[in-house]
Design a protein around this ligand. Sequence first.
Ligand code: G6P
Ligand code: MG
Length: 208
Amino acid sequence: GFKGAIFDLDGVIVDTAKYHYLAWRWLARQHGFDFTEEDNERLKGVSRDRSLEILLEIGKVTVSEAEKKAMADLKNAKYVEYITGMDESELLPGAREYILCLRDAGVKIALGSASKNAAFILEKLSVTSLFDAVIDGTKTIKAKPDPEVFLLACRELRLLPEDCVVFEDAVAGVQAARAAGIRVVGIGNASQLTEANAVVGGLDELLG
Ligand code: G6P
Ligand code: MG
């Protein structure tokens, strides 16, 4: 059993990966190169700045620090355009139900996301009140696979890592959880999330 559950946001609770992908692809095309869905896997769970570095690597594009900042801002503006139109229908199957189920069982709930848009998205999905703690990209210094985000979540829940479970869809996120000493349930594909303690296709599979 566990006393605390820490959820990643993008790809676990909500399907924003497609919007991140569209916004990055738009930016890539502006700079004359393409960005495939396969490339996009490398960006999952990774911070905005680090994502841009990877994107520029893929496009073999070199730009100044000032231009990097402008590019990251542009990508985010595009992304925010997409997510502004989002509503509860974009919660992933079982997400709300599973969290409610855990809450009923007395489990504390935290968000552990790299996104600086997390609070806005939780509001859009009307799920803010389900979380006892929200740790996101505005509160962390080090990006996943660094364990910081999950350790902060444990601390805010007042629980030890060994009493918690992380739910993650990204390789970097699974590594971050393991580095924090927290068990992790991978959401997605077992062949990709090889370091997870268990893997399911989605939170709906965990509903009893
Ligand atoms: C999550 C997503 C990443 C995204 C990162 C930062 O980890 O999986 O794709 O780049 O958050 O999100 P932000 O909303 O701050 O750009
Ligand atoms: Mg994710």
